[in-house]
Each structure stands twice: as structure tokens, then as C-alpha cells.
Design a protein around this ligand. Sequence first.
Ligand code: G3P
Ligand code: CA
Length: 325
Amino acid sequence: MRRLTAVVMALTVVALGCSGEDDSGSAGGALSSSRRDGTASTSSTTVAPPAPRSTVVIAHRGASAYAPEHTFASYDLALEQGADYIEQDLQMTADGQLVVLHDPILDRTARGPADACTGPVASKTLAQLSACDVGSWFNEAHPDRADPAFAQLRIPTLREVLERYAGRARFYIETKSPEAQPGMEQALLDVLDEVGPPADGTSAAGERSVIIQSFSAESLRLVHSLRPELPLVLLLVTSGEPLDPAILDGVGDYAVGVGPSSGNVDEALVDAAHSQCLDVHPYTVDDPAEMTRLIAAGVDGLFTNAPDVLRPLVAALPGGRDACG
Ligand code: G3P
Ligand code: CA
């Protein structure tokens, strides 16, 4: 009821043209904790309670609705559109380097010499992958959004992403299929130790400079054992209906949140997660009506390919939970 009242109040405020919050949506704004502190102006006799935190905007593979996924172009645009986090999916090369690419097989998004740019990433060296263009596929698939410059885009390493956006982005990094890529977790921690932002913040996932996500609880448990200060989010496999809150049991032992498929999320799941101090970050939502439903249900963040669609909704609709003990 508190959340519903807050949503109605926020919509009323927006309708009056006075949001009263800094929702500039810039990456710099996202990195400031003050936007979520929510302390209202005071009169001589009244101090308003803290507002609920905003729902964080997680750019899924960057602003991948508009630019080739997991490229500097998609990350640059995501930050321009006000994303709080940019997402990285990890693959590991034959010579043990972490690159940012969703698929374990190159063929969908890579173009270039067949010996270097087709087949499993795990069979290629980083030097081979440097010959691959990961933008032309997007121009072929989306001629309405094509840009000749996209053909120059290359597969970035995790290190390159962390270095390029240091101090101006938050990172949401997935250990992808880690059971098939032994050593991925240690390689990730090595890169973070060298060039990543330090782990920071409170118990809330939405206030961290870096979050590690995985569908593999085993992978997250390993990371937790090695770096207990890192915030972790367990991704939940898509099912046909709202999830049984029992799926959350034990997750809080190592993670600060869960990432369910958006269609499996209802208010009961969100409330159950919040009662265990777990944040809820559903994936992947581009439809504004579905975004609105999930924000009203109280989710703490959303993965989206279109940060420009989500950002104004977050500005209008407070979501998430208050600080959790
Ligand atoms: O990591 C959240 C979401 O991205 C999971 O799905 O396949 O896009 O990595 P996928
Ligand atoms: Ca992902």
C-alpha cells in the first residue's frame, strides 16, 4: 500500500510539472548517492521521510536497441541516455582473455575472416578476434538504424571497457556459462583488481559501482568465497509463470539480489525478496507498459535495451525498497 500511494503521489507531482528530484539521468548523476538519498526540503517544523530509492536503469548489452550490442557505440549511447549501469557478458578466449560478447559462438554477430570470426570464441586467441567486426550484422539486421561507422566496431575486452568508462559508469558483469569456461571467475577478479572500480556502497545492489551476475549459483558462490565484498545477483531461468518465492531460499547467503525474467515477476515475489533484503532486477524489458507494471510492483532495477524509454518512467515512478538492514 505504501508503494502504491507513493506511485500515485509521484504521478500527481509529475502531472503538476514538479518532480523535485535530480533525474538528469547522466552517468555522473547515477554515480552520486545523493539522488537516491531522497531527503526532501525542510520547513521550520517538518522533515519529510526519505523517498523510496529509484529503480536503477541497466543497459542490457548497452543501448542495444539502437547500436550493436556490447560495443563502445552501445555503451556510449547508454550513458548518454541516462543508464545507471552498463552490462557486460563475458566469454573467454583460447589464451585466457576475457572479452565482452554474449554468444559463445561468433557467427551471429561477428564478420571477418572465417578462420578468426566463425565458430567458438573459446577456440580463438584475442589476436584473432581483433580481426572481427561486430557492427555489420546490426546494419544488416536493422537497416533503419544502420550506421556505416558500426562496421568499424571490434569485440572489446573487459579490461578495455573498464578502462574506457572508469569513473563515469557502473558495471554489471555476467559470468556467462562459467561451467564451460573454467577459470573465468579468477580471470574476472584479476581484471577487477587491476583496473576495476573498487567494491563499494551498502547492502543494496542498486548503489554499487560494480555488480557480478550469473545464472550459475556455483559461480557466484565461488566469487563470494574469493571476494565477499562484491555484490552478486543470481539470474533466474525463465519459467512459464510467476516464480514461487521459495526460489529465493538461501540466495541471501551470497547474493544481494536476483534477476528474474520479467514475465515471472509479480508483487508477491518482489515483497518476498525485499523481506530477505534481496533486490529484484528483472530482464529484459523494452515495453513501457511492462516497465510501468514492474516499477509499480517495486522492482529495484530493470535490464533494458532502450534506456531512453526507461529513464523517464523511473523519473516519474519511485520504485525499489528503502534501505535494508
Ligand atoms: O543478464 C541479464 C540478461 O542479460 C540475461 O540474459 O541471455 O541476455 O544474458 P542474456
Ligand atoms: Ca546478460
